[in-house]
Design a protein around this ligand. Sequence first.
Ligand SMILES: Nc1ncnc2c1ncn2[C@@H]1O[C@H](COP(=O)(O)OP(=O)(O)OP(=O)(O)O)[C@@H](O)[C@H]1O
Ligand SMILES: [Mg+2]
Length: 627
Amino acid sequence: MMALASLTIRYQDEVVVSCEGGDACNFALAEIAACLEGQIDIEKVDIDEIDRLLDKATITVDQLIESIYDGVIVVNEDNRIILFNRAAEKIIGISRNEVIGLKATKVLENSRLGQVLKTGEKTIGDRQNIGSTTIITNRSPIIIDDRIIGAIATFQDITEIEALSSKLDSTIKIKETFGNILEYASDGICMINELGTIVYLNPQFEKSWNVTLKDALGDNIKSTPLNISSIIKAVQSKKPHIGLIDQRVDGVQILSNTTPIMINGVFRGVVIFSKEVTELQKLLEKLNDAEAKIKYFSEELQWNQRFHEAFDIIIGKSKALKNVLDIAYKASQSNATVLIHGESGTGKGLFAKAISDASFRKNKPFIRLNCTTIPENLLESELFGHVRGAFTGAIKDKPGRFELANGGTIFLDEIGDISKDMQVKLLRVLQEREFERVGGDETLKIDVRIIAATNKNLEKMVEDGTFREDLFYRLNVIPITLPPLRERPEDIPLLVKHFVEKICKNEKKKVKNISSDVYSILQAYHWPGNIRELENIIERAIALNDGNLLDSSCLPDYLALQKKIESEDLINIINDQIAPLEEYEKAIIKAALKKYKSYNKAGKALGITHRTVSLKAKKYGLSLPQG
Ligand SMILES: Nc1ncnc2c1ncn2[C@@H]1O[C@H](COP(=O)(O)OP(=O)(O)OP(=O)(O)O)[C@@H](O)[C@H]1O
Ligand SMILES: [Mg+2]
């Protein structure tokens, strides 16, 4: 009856009451109907019987609360838990037996039911975390007769929903990102499904193909205005294809790659990536450009590197000089014999000293022997020493240059000038590193690094039979050929400044400026005496100069004169007739080949590459003069 009484029935509400059973049931129904109609005589009613029947047939509030999916917690006015349903047990993970009668805050630290009791205000949709579970809670006070007698909280576990929604969020983000990538990709991208229907194309695809295709979405790829026969073939093959070339209507070539889309092993369509070939060509050009720059800078780096401080005495920045410096530095780091060749005054002595000073023998003796300055009959004793009485005048034992150089370096200057007899004797030392003093019979062993130099053409001397071939090969282990000064005029300003500084320091003179015509005259000169000649000219100029400025008046007349003669003679106009330019070119190439007998040297003199010289020689039917 209580359950029934708890129903609020308003006037004119239709109430249907039914029950299954026998007479007792019918009686009870009649009583209820009478009660509802207001005709019931409450005194006469067998209330216990009615309650019994109703209890049997009615869903109780407890049952309801127990069966709902939401958690329900009810507290009394002291904030002590009086109801804790099964869903609450499951969500919070505590059994109701443990919590009934406890303060809500004891059970749930963050419980806000106490606040609801205090304020009497509802809270809706409050999100909370309990351990790893996220719940969303509604709370409201229970008010009877304007008095708060308790509070109720209903809550749902939204952990899974949250996880799902965050998955959904990231899926949406990924989709957006991929969408952007596809839209802004520099390649043209088109996707077609397994039936050949266009399902996606990006703006770049339209740009590459120079057509508007947005309306073609949903059309078959074959019905587009694109001339894509090779792509269509590739699509039909269902295999990946790289480097397909098709032609745009305007003739521009389009390069495409196709990739089949396989989902669970089933062919679902094809992605096409397209690019204009011209774009690739531009990229290729850029790449070539970058490669050339890298090559240039790495060469520059190599040229600008400091080889070893011992080489600082050698002035110049021309490529020709840096090339030999590079070889000389490498030679200095080995123990091999070095043969330096170069015209007179090109710095052979300087290089020999630098190589020795940069080597591991730098703190050991550096012994120089100029083979031309020693009379032939004394050379052997100079090189190998002698014992007392070996010849007239040999009054005591004397060590030779080889012995003195032991552990260090011997520099055999002007090696091309030694006699054939001496060549044989030298060969033995080079091969065996042993010898006897003149007149002695004790064999001496030495550890010496040999550097030889000459301005003679030893190869030619070998051919002529004036220099032993075996000795030549023994000496020519690391050949270094020093370029003449006329082949590297760009070194002249540096050398001039270097010598001006050096000589001024020695002579205690001051030269502040050097006029530019000094450089132009010196750079036009052909320098038969090379750097030694330049040094002498500067020395003379400083001696003659009494101001701060070094100008062309301090230079010997023959330098300026030579320039004048050369410029006057450069083009010989016969009978006032000017020949076609190619005639002059042919004559110049011919003269250069005649003089230098090498494309390389002729090229250097003319300021063009050896390849250009050989191409031009071929064009004019010129060949290298022999000998
Ligand atoms: N690159 C250079 N930088 C500075 N000074 C140099 C350079 N080359 C040569 N010299 C100077 O020029 C002069 C001649 O050099 P060196 O005696 O080494 O030449 P060489 O080739 O041995 O000549 P020769 O065959 O006549 O003996 C020296 O005073 C030397 O210091
Ligand atoms: Mg010399």
